[in-house]
Design a protein around this ligand. Structure first.
Ligand SMILES: [Fe+2]
Length: 238
């Protein structure tokens, strides 16, 4: 005979919601007053039952910063920095995902090298995502995180779900890099002006330098170069 599950919630049965605060009382305990007394000594609310399916309001709304932190950076500065960092984060998450899409869907004679290169850049962009997101949090803000929220915020053009030719993949990646490179220079300048040295350093040392380097590696694949026979043979011979 399985034990009866007794819900701790007052109206759990009426509301149809799962019982979350209950405890198990066996048939034996029901019939034995001593066993019942021992069971009743258990403090109310203590149970091995995990409290699943919980929901509650947000403890901090998106677009806000916590009031006071020991950073010597005023609230308006942290508010502006976190807003700009969130734009950069949304675009970096999108570029990261564009690299993975390209890694999976690349085709043609350069498949192997691009397959590896795209995944390397994906990994580096993933590190940037974490660095930017955690900078937002340490400034007292809220990092954008979920893909549907990122899709609303990003400035990078949405690619089709289908597979595209290599030159188009490369061009999309370069366009995305260009957007983030522009943002990082603007953010660095503004952060410097406001005295937020940490954000300035992140914008230059992490985001700008990584994106500049990756843009170089990608753009060199768009140089129209003969693979087997040089075209400039007569000029070189003169
Ligand atoms: Fe892979």
């Amino acid at each position: 005979m399985p034990p009866n599950f007794v819900s701790g919630g007052k109206n759990a049965a009426e509301s149809g919601s799962p019982a979350v605060a209950g405890s198990f009382i066996s048939k034996k305990e029901e019939e034995n007053p001593m066993a019942k007394r021992i069971a009743s000594k258990q403090p109310s609310g203590v149970s091995a039952q995990p409290r699943i399916h919980q929901r509650a309001g947000a403890i901090q709304e998106y677009g806000t910063v916590t009031h006071a932190l020991p950073l010597l950076l005023e609230e308006p500065i942290r508010l502006e920095m976190t807003e700009k960092l969130n734009q950069m984060l949304a675009d970096t998450i999108t570029l990261r995902d564009l690299y993975k899409k390209s890694h999976w869907q690349v085709a043609g004679p350069t498949f192997y090298q691009l397959h590896l290169l795209f995944d390397k850049h994906f990994g580096e962009q993933s590190e940037l995502v974490d660095t930017i997101a955690e900078r937002i949090q340490l400034l007292g803000g809220i990092s954008i995180a979920m893909s549907h929220d990122v899709a609303e915020l990003t400035q990078i053009e949405r690619p089709p779900k289908g597979r595209e030719e290599v030159p188009v993949q490369l061009s999309r990646l370069l366009d995305a890099h260009q957007i983030i490179i522009g943002q990082s220079r603007e953010l660095a300048e503004r952060a410097d002006k406001l005295g937020d040295d940490g954000t300035n350093d992140l914008a230059v040392s992490d985001v700008l330098r990584t994106n500049e380097l990756q843009a170089w590696f990608v753009s060199e694949h768009l140089v129209n170069m003969p693979l087997v026979e040089a075209i400039q043979t007569s000029a070189a011979a003169d």
